[in-house]
Design a protein around this ligand. Structure first.
Ligand code: ZN
Length: 665
């Protein structure tokens, strides 16, 4: 017994030793040490960055490329504004006060003292728009050898925008997102779609947020002493008062793809601890009463991911709930930091606080940990996140009331994605596979968020929940802290589905992805008719023209009439999916028919003493992708289509209202 205890003790000693020397979670390629001063009078960030960048490839890399996101707000001709148009809200401010913003690198040296600033220049890899200065190329006098590192330092100044999308200031609320010169992602040959090594560093567009490299951050923010700072990461030390009416706050975090922070003299701080994870909430005084809502929903989302994927791997998570005048910064996700939106009057039955919190939290896994490229394949974070938002919300609040349950009005979360997708003027306007800035007619949001969530839900139901869970878990573990492409996602799903269902889906699911991810096909199956006709006996004129066999209704030996019954099913859309059709006879007998769904029409016929009472396509609701559910069943009984239509219209209205509120999620 004692010996066993001793072994146990040894085991824990070893575990303790291992955990104190925690292995890095990622390749830690882009590592920042930033000292930044917030100048609230000039609305500027005055900063110094030390960057250590590791070459992840076997290439000799002769330049660095940086995102300078704040330059998107530098003039009316930037790619961001030419795609989006100037938001009317800012026109006065830009006209009267010349409130354009920018970021400028003032100098840059490597550790050998080489001046890197003299040859640096802006490039426009996406559209050749010379007015756009959101990507900076820095040629290196001393290239970075394979798997070696480069250490550079530079001073820079950022002019903070008046709350622009995702970032900026308004009154004395500041939110710094995509705020610092940030190195792009160097993709070695073979990674994602790279045939040879090169930088993936897109300009800042009006759609799509960011794509980031994993690394470690140490950031010191010096702010007025009455300001409180909320940030990615944890504080190694308490804030230090500098004796000049400023305080320096320090934060650090490892293995993340970005870093954001906010500051205000009005923040009210609330804290909780969930299984050792420090959760910090910063709200404005008028929103303090939302605390319970955040602290109730967030642990449930953490728990879901711990159960279905793995425990949240960072020591902290911060929520910033911006004030009304900081609305544009709400509903965003950055590593270990999320922003939400509140309205003072939001009743508990309208769950937008919970939805946003869950949504932005899911992003901690799907894009922050599985580091996909949002500029090229936004569905891989927004679609997957919207899908899991629906799963979590529906699980907690029930699928009929997870978005709204107020004054008798109910709406479900996953259902609202269907409503949003199918209420588009043209749901076939674009496939998911476009670059973020290429979506026509403002379709980016609905296609990347809602459509993807609907087809992921359909995929789950076609392959079965167990297989889907296993596939998503496999995808997560294979690609966490890496940068997968859609191709990598598809490969994992195909692999797991083929393993679990070799007879049904032995060739994988490419036929599915070809339509839902790379295509614009629309799914719509309908029961077009049911008929029950008496079978007649063999009758008419055969060999002898003088003899006519009269027709009679055919009967069985018990003298019961026999019917020939048919169900006609049509494929109205151009998407082909396997379908199940449930046919019920008047005596309650049911037949579940399977159809590959490929022809434009098929017929099921029966000979029986019973008539068909009703037939229903997709009776177990495996195909949320089916656009029109009202034509899925055919029955002699009165149907509820009018009521369903009303509910759908209401959901559509609600979805629009929610999107208006959370336009950035
Ligand atoms: Zn999102």
């Amino acid at each position: 017994m004692k010996y066993k205890l001793f072994l146990l003790f040894l085991l824990f000693t070893c575990l303790g030793f291992q955990s104190s020397k925690k292995a890095p979670l990622s390749a830690q390629i882009a590592n920042y040490d930033i000292r930044v001063k917030l100048d609230i009078n000039q609305k500027k960030l005055i900063a110094h960055t030390k960057l250590v960048w590791k070459n992840p490839s076997a290439d000799t890399v002769s330049d660095l490329q940086f995102h300078l996101y704040y330059n998107a707000f530098k003039n009316s001709e930037t790619t961001f504004f030419s795609e989006k148009g100037l938001p009317s809200l800012f026109k006065t401010s830009l006209k009267d006060d010349c409130n354009w913003s920018w970021v400028e690198i003032q100098n840059m040296t490597d550790k050998y003292g080489n001046n890197l600033a003299s040859n640096m220049h802006y490039i426009q890899p996406d559209d050749d728009n010379k007015s756009d200065q959101t990507v900076l190329r820095v040629p290196l006098p001393k290239p970075v050898l394979p798997n070696e590192s480069i250490e550079i330092e530079f001073d820079w100044i950022g002019k903070i925008p008046k709350t622009m999308i995702r970032t900026g200031h308004n009154m004395d609320f500041y939110f710094m997102a995509q705020w610092y010169p940030k190195v792009g992602v160097y993709e070695p040959a073979g990674m994602r779609y790279a045939e040879k090594g090169g930088w993936n560093c897109h300009q800042y567009h009006s759609s799509g947020e960011y794509y980031g490299e994993f690394g470690n951050y140490k950031v010191d923010m010096t702010v007025p002493e009455n300001y409180m700072v909320g940030s990615s990461g944890t504080q190694p030390n308490p804030p230090k008062n500098n004796g000049d009416q400023t305080t320096t706050w320090s934060f650090e975090v490892n293995d993340v793809i970005d870093f954001a922070w906010g500051a205000s003299p009005h923040f009210v701080e609330s804290k909780m601890n969930w299984k050792g994870i420090k959760i910090r909430l910063l709200t404005y005084p008028e929103h303090v009463h939302f605390k319970e809502r955040y602290f109730s929903i967030l642990p449930q989302a953490l728990e879901f991911f711990e159960d279905n994927f793995e425990r949240y791997p960072y020591p902290s998570l911060t929520i910033i709930a911006p004030p009304f005048h900081g609305l544009y910064t709400g509903g965003m996700e950055y590593p270990t930091l999320i922003t939400t939106l509140n309205s003072c009057l939001l009743p508990t039955g309208v769950r937008s606080t919970e939805i946003l919190t869950v949504h932005e939290f899911v992003h901690q896994y799907f894009q922050q940990i599985v580091g996909t490229n949002e500029m090229e394949e936004a569905w891989m974070d927004e679609g997957i996140t919207n899908f899991y938002e629906g799963v979590i919300m529906d699980k907690i609040y029930g699928e009929k009331s997870s978005t709204i349950d107020f004054m008798g009005i109910k709406a479900g979360n996953a259902e609202s994605d269907r409503v949003s997708y199918f209420n588009m003027e043209n749901p076939a306007i674009a496939p998911n596979s476009l670059n973020s800035w290429e979506f026509p007619g403002g379709s980016y949001h609905t296609i990347q968020y809602s459509k993807s969530a609907v087809w992921l839900n359909t995929l789950k139901k076609i392959v079965g929940e167990k297989t889907f869970k296993e596939a998503m878990k496999t995808y997560y573990f294979r690609w966490k802290f890496k940068h997968p492409s859609a191709k990598d996602f598809v490969n994992v799903i195909n692999e797991v589905v083929a393993k679990n269902h070799p007879e049904e889906f032995g060739d994988g699911m490419n036929w599915f992805f070809q339509q839902v991810l790379y295509g614009t096909e629309i799914c719509d199956y309908a029961i077009s008719s049911i008929s029950n006709n008496n079978k007649i006996t063999s009758s008419g004129i055969f060999d002898n023209l003088e003899e006519c066999e009269k027709s009679e209704f055919a009967k069985n030996e018990d003298d019961e009439e026999i019917f020939i019954s048919t169900v006609v099913v049509q494929r109205l859309g151009n998407m082909t999916l396997p379908m199940e059709i449930l046919v019920r006879f008047e005596d309650g007998k049911e037949f579940l028919e399977k159809w590959d769904g490929i022809a434009t029409m098929t017929t099921f016929s029966y000979e029986s003493t019973q008539k068909i009472e009703c037939a229903e396509i997709d009776p177990y609701h495996k195909i949320p992708l089916d656009k029109n559910l009202l034509n899925n069943s055919f029955t002699s009984k009165p149907n509820l289509s009018g009521v369903r239509k009303y509910v759908n219209e209401f959901l559509f209205w609600m979805q629009n209202a929610m999107e208006g509120l959370g336009m950035l999620i």
